[in-house]
Design a protein around this ligand. Structure first.
Ligand code: ZN
Length: 238
């Protein structure tokens, strides 16, 4: 028997047994063992972990959601997110050429997709939100129809086909004299950046907040010009 982990759920904020949340969902390929390097492996030279890697047997993710919230995402948003990924891969594979942007046409449920992407950022940034934001986050994710999104946060998309993946909690970066506060999740074909009261690190990333303008479960045709930006290292925007 595996040891059960207790803690606070990143979405509903209740204490209890935590379940493993795959980020992104395992049905987009994130179910195989993954070698990862975290802060302690990369930067903490005095740590015995420095220079080493950690193996996540179930794919990338963490014990951060109660079973109810985990199942809620699975029942309501995950399949719509998987659709979004698969349609991107289909269009990319049928014509992999890229100018600065690639023009995609998706038949998706934008609000459902947005709520799934946002849930992934909530999981990797647990602990950084204020109590007021936590209340908004919980209502936005768990009340399907709710469209009140936390202020000063935007989610952007780009394409990445790098061999590296990235899960980066909020970081501050100096970019040509400007300060960016962003979190980033990159797992081919998509990279997402969520900003915390700043601009994204790249002005060509496409904002996804307009997905909130649709109704829950509303399926529409949507066109997006997505820039390609292959990630190279662990820092946001790089
Ligand atoms: Zn929960």
């Amino acid at each position: 028997m595996k040891k059960k982990e207790f803690g606070i759920c990143a979405i509903c904020d209740r204490e209890g047994i935590l379940t493993y949340e795959h980020i992104p969902p395992k049905s987009v390929g994130n179910s195989k063992p993954k070698l990862v390097k975290g802060h302690e492996h990369l930067f903490e030279e005095t740590s015995y972990l420095f220079g080493k890697t950690k193996k996540l047997n179930k794919g990338f993710g963490k014990n951060c959601l109660c079973e109810t919230c985990n199942n809620f995402l699975g029942a309501n948003y995950v399949n719509d997110y998987v659709d979004f990924v698969n349609q991107c891969l289909e269009q990319y594979n049928s014509s992999p050429s890229f100018e600065n942007f690639k023009f995609y046409t998706f038949q998706i449920k934008p609000l459902n997709v947005f709520k799934q992407i946002f849930s992934m950022f909530v999981c990797i940034n647990q602990g950084v939100f204020s109590d007021d934001d936590k209340k908004l986050i919980k209502d936005f994710i768990l009340c399907k129809e709710n469209k009140v999104f936390i202020e000063n946060h935007n989610i952007y998309v780009f394409n990445t086909f790098s061999k590296f993946d990235k899960w980066c909690g909020v970081q501050v970066a100096y970019n040509g004299g400007k300060l960016n506060r962003c979190s980033e999740i990159a797992y081919k074909p998509f990279g997402f950046q969520m900003t915390f009261g700043s601009e994204p690190t790249n002005q060509f990333f496409q904002i996804l907040n307009r997905f909130i303008n649709f109704e829950i479960d509303q399926k529409v045709e949507i066109e997006i010009a997505i820039p390609r930006y292959d990630i190279n290292n662990v820092f946001i925007g790089q």
